[in-house]
Design a protein around this ligand. Structure first.
Ligand code: FEO
Length: 171
């Protein structure tokens, strides 16, 4: 049986992962409207991943005999000045998810809930990877530049990342 504070924090994380999924869906749509199909594929993929993160939490709560609360989600940001600003926003989003996971681990540890703390380790590792991914992407965008043909080269680069990521997922 889950401690009420742990259950509340887990449910808040369900909502956060759901919002991350919606945020990436909105980003995918923005990229598609801008003709950046490589970036759109990348963000569609990541919207799916965040949904998977949400479902993994849902399953854990259910398996722990807790009650899942599906919350209303805030409308995500859907307008961006350019692709660099969009990726900065995605990176900031990942930083806030990491902070929230760290706080959730704290709540579980304070409640002496080893099972939840252990389960959350997967999220700690995942956030480390995602932060590195978005930071790397942002560095590349800054290096290539968004002027002139920069957008085209960024799109090709991100398309490659999406394809490699897709192959990794199939393994
Ligand atoms: Fe599941 Fe990237 O937050």
């Amino acid at each position: 049986m889950l401690n009420p504070k742990v259950l509340k924090a887990l449910n808040e994380q369900v909502a956060m992962e759901g919002m991350a999924s919606q945020a990436y869906l909105a980003m995918a749509c923005w990229c598609e409207n801008e003709g950046m199909s490589g970036c759109a594929s990348f963000f569609y993929q990541h919207a799916e991943e965040e949904r998977m993160h949400m479902l993994k939490l849902v399953k854990f709560i259910n398996d722990s005999d807790g009650k899942v609360e599906i919350a209303a989600l805030n409308r995500p940001e859907s307008e961006f000045d350019n692709i660099q600003q969009l990726i900065e926003s995605a990176y900031e989003n990942e930083l806030s998810v990491s902070k929230s996971i760290d706080e959730l681990v704290d709540v579980a540890e304070k409640a002496n809930d080893r099972q939840t703390a252990n389960f959350l380790q997967w999220y700690v590792d995942e956030q480390h990877e995602e932060e590195a991914l978005y930071r790397g992407l942002l560095d590349k965008v800054k290096l290539i530049g968004i002027e002139g043909r920069g957008r085209y080269f960024i799109d090709k680069e991100v398309e490659l990342m999406a394809a490699q990521h897709g192959e990794g997922e199939e393994e």
